[in-house]
Design a protein around this ligand. Structure first.
Ligand code: THU
Length: 141
């Protein structure tokens, strides 16, 4: 299913709004995510850092794990917005770990990744574009 412009804009805005909840006292880099499930629900996420650094969690994985922990595993798209506390300067792409978590649950050719600077300025990719030559469940069956 393709996403219409209105849906993309509202996911972009939700990702931007989720930056307000970012717990990032170490990097001061606030990231928000908005994950659209196939059931129509939108799960928000933010990055959550830790003084030991390693246990920190990205915004994207926060959103995905929230959904999966409630039994929801079918996803349409995710919007991501990140930047310093002062504001978003650039597009924020998902890290490698988050891309790998996405491919666990999403069809790479269909799942859309929206990188948002604002609700008007965004770029849309498929997961296949951002994670080519991937390793996933299909490889160990
Ligand atoms: N971060 C995310 O939450 N998502 C991304 O896509 C990139 C990085 C977080 C991790 C860390 O809390 C901060 O941004 C700086 O790396």
């Amino acid at each position: 299913m393709g996403l219409n412009e209105e849906t993309i804009k509202s996911l972009a805005q939700k990702a931007i709004d989720m930056r307000n909840f970012s717990y990032s006292p170490y990097s001061h880099f606030r990231v928000g995510a908005a994950l659209l499930a196939k059931n129509g629900e939108v799960y928000g996420g933010c990055n959550i850092e830790n003084s030991a650094y390693g246990p920190s969690n990205c915004a994207e994985r926060t959103a995905i794990f929230k959904a999966v922990s409630e039994g929801v595993t079918d996803f349409e798209a995710i919007a991501i917005a990140g930047g310093p506390e002062e504001g978003i300067r650039d597009f924020c792409a998902p890290c490698g770990v988050c891309r790998q978590v996405m491919i666990e649950f999403c069809r790479p050719e269909e799942f859309m990744i929206i990188l948002a600077k604002s609700s008007e300025e965004y770029k849309v990719y498929t997961l296949a574009e951002l994670l080519p030559l991937s390793f996933s469940a299909k490889d160990i069956q």
